[in-house]
Unconditional design. Structure first.
Length: 362
């Protein structure tokens, strides 16, 4: 399957060919709503309820036992918020900040923990709340000389679903040592969860575009970003470029949900938990007169449609709340198409009018 982000760069003829193939495949007798050939806007609603946190920096100095206790409190609080604000929806995913599980020490070797020291507790927490849990561990590997900055993904049953090892650990100015002696990871896995496909990046990974692009090519719907930094501008650019959601968790300043528009859709700006629902079956629309900044859809479909429209960006993200009507059907009923298709269509008209693509400077 061609990655979503590559459609933006496709030549008009190639775009048209892909569109024909997608429409043909979607029309096959065996094509289902969850088929990779079906555009995301034509899937039924796919709601995902995610919890994140600004934990406070004190926890990063606490003994391992206190950190495990804090995990139980924070995830329990998220579950309570989910029950209160989304009574018909279970918590799907929780993300905790970078190196949440470690112990105090002067060196990384002293701070690192073995996975077996935390496996039972993080598994029990995920199982209790029936959610996936991204548990960042400063890990001492089976090879005792290897230390890794990791994010361990635990599934709803409490089993280890996978581990991401930070590919781009930082070396501070004046030092050639990577994060006190950690070994860089070498892979960008995408994990198939029951709510969608999850990628993970950790803190300083945000300064390198290769991982974000690799996750897009592998079909990530959401990228979890456990971090020590509250930076959002750069991750937001990846969310926009690659068309996925990013959810960060930090010890300070801000934890945020970044939408495929590259906008902060929800955030916690002080020490607190944040629970927010997203829909992976969405459409991105640019300003059109008949859209009326989304009000035309609201007038026609009422609360069966949901959206965030940003007047300052002349753009919005839209989703369906009706299992029987996709957001694709809703926008088509107003004669609208998504922004990337609109850009490709208009480029083709421009090239035709000028007799070819514009000439690049030499």
């Amino acid at each position: 399957m061609m990655p979503r982000h590559s459609l933006r760069a496709a030549a008009p003829a190639r775009f048209a060919a892909i569109a024909v193939v997608l429409l043909w495949a979607a029309a096959l007798p065996g094509a289902q709503a969850d088929s990779p050939f079906v555009p995301r806007r034509d899937h039924p609603p796919r709601k995902v309820l995610i919890g994140t946190v600004v934990s406070g920096t004190d926890i990063l100095k606490a003994p391992l036992g206190e950190r495990l206790d804090r995990m139980d409190l924070l995830v329990g609080e998220m579950a309570d918020v989910a029950t209160r604000d989304y009574p018909s929806k279970r918590l799907d995913l929780v993300v905790l900040p970078e190196t949440f599980f470690a112990r105090p020490g002067e060196t990384v070797a002293e701070q690192a923990v073995r996975l077996d020291e935390v496996r039972q507790r993080i598994g029990a927490c995920a199982r209790l709340h029936a959610c996936y849990l991204v548990a960042p561990v400063l890990m001492r590997e089976a090879d005792p000389d290897r230390l890794s900055n990791t994010a361990v993904l635990v599934d709803r049953e409490g089993a280890i679903a996978g581990i991401y090892r930070k590919v781009h650990p930082v070396a501070y100015t004046g030092s050639d040592v990577l994060e006190g002696g950690t070994t860089p990871g070498s892979e960008y896995p995408v994990f198939a969860c029951d709510f969608g496909r999850l990628g993970i990046q950790i803190c300083f990974d945000m300064l390198y575009p290769d991982g974000w692009a690799a996750l897009a090519r592998a079909g990530a719907d959401i990228v979890a970003l456990p971090s020590a930094s509250a930076e959002a501008v750069r991750p937001a650019s990846y969310a926009r470029e690659h068309g996925y959601y990013i959810v960060s968790a930090t010890p300070k300043a801000r934890a945020a949900f970044l939408s495929p528009l590259g906008m902060i859709e929800a955030q916690a700006a002080s020490e607190s938990v944040l629970v927010h629902e997203i829909d992976l079956s969405y459409a991105v629309l640019h300003w059109e007169a008949q859209l009326e900044n989304g009000e035309a859809l609201r007038r026609k479909y009422g609360d069966r449609v949901g959206f965030h429209y940003y007047d300052t960006e002349d753009m919005g993200i839209f989703w369906s709340n009706d299992p029987k009507t996709t957001i694709g059907q809703m926008i088509a009923s107003l004669g609208l198409i998504e922004v990337d298709e609109s850009v490709a269509r208009i480029r083709a008209l421009q090239d035709k009018a000028r007799g070819g693509p514009p000439r690049a400077p030499r």
